[in-house]
Design a protein around this ligand. Structure first.
Ligand SMILES: [Ca+2]
Length: 199
């Protein structure tokens, strides 16, 4: 009996040691991953629905009503997600919408970029332009339901301490040459958003 109890105890001890070793290995992998890959920096803006300003006409598509925007910065890569009130849909032949994201990267100097997403009935495309330069860099853009995701890359982002940013959406619709709808939304409403980066 005593022998059996001793063998049981020893098996239990072995299992405890193996379990502890597995947990330690798992934690080690997680720490190694964080050390090698790093955590992304994130920032976000929430904006009310139904706060679009109309300067011409009486209607606009809910796709320009911004409700949330987010940045995720890792190294020099930046992922921008814009969420809107209604799903991204066909704007019709005469509709034209645009999102302009202004980014000011504070890295001692202030480098400013404009990220622009424009779309109409047939396509959506995105590009970035550095303030003071004219060359536009094409960017990857995808949309799904109520989200638009843009991926960009800026060398200055790697040494930037913070990003100040805001998003402006606009919509125009023409009837022939006449502008019959002109609407816009801005987020945040009253100031720039500051996202601090931990490098
Ligand atoms: Ca809004």
């Amino acid at each position: 009996m005593e022998e059996q109890a001793g063998a049981k105890k020893s098996r239990r001890l072995k299992l405890v040691i193996i379990g502890a070793a597995m947990v330690a290995a798992l934690l080690g992998s997680v720490f190694l991953y964080i050390f090698l890959v790093g955590n992304p920096n994130q920032g976000e803006i929430s904006d009310p629905a139904n706060d679009v300003e109309l300067t011409v006409g009486t209607d606009y598509p809910g796709v320009i009503d911004i409700v949330h925007a987010a940045l995720e910065a890792k190294g020099k890569n930046l992922t921008i997600t814009i969420e809107v009130r209604d799903p991204v849909t066909d704007l019709g032949d005469d509709g034209f919408a645009q999102y302009n994201l202004t980014l000011m990267l504070d890295n001692g100097d202030l480098d400013s970029y404009e990220v622009c997403v424009e779309f109409n009935s047939s396509n959506m495309r995105a590009c970035s332009v550095k303030l003071g330069e004219s060359a536009a860099q094409p960017l990857s853009v995808e949309y799904s339901q109520n989200s638009i995701v843009v991926k960009a890359s800026f060398d200055e982002l790697q040494i930037a301490k913070e990003i100040q940013w805001f998003v402006l959406s606009t919509f125009e619709r023409y009837s022939g040459d006449e502008l019959v709808s002109d609407a816009s939304d801005i987020a945040p409403d009253d100031s720039l958003q500051t996202t601090v980066l931990k490098q």
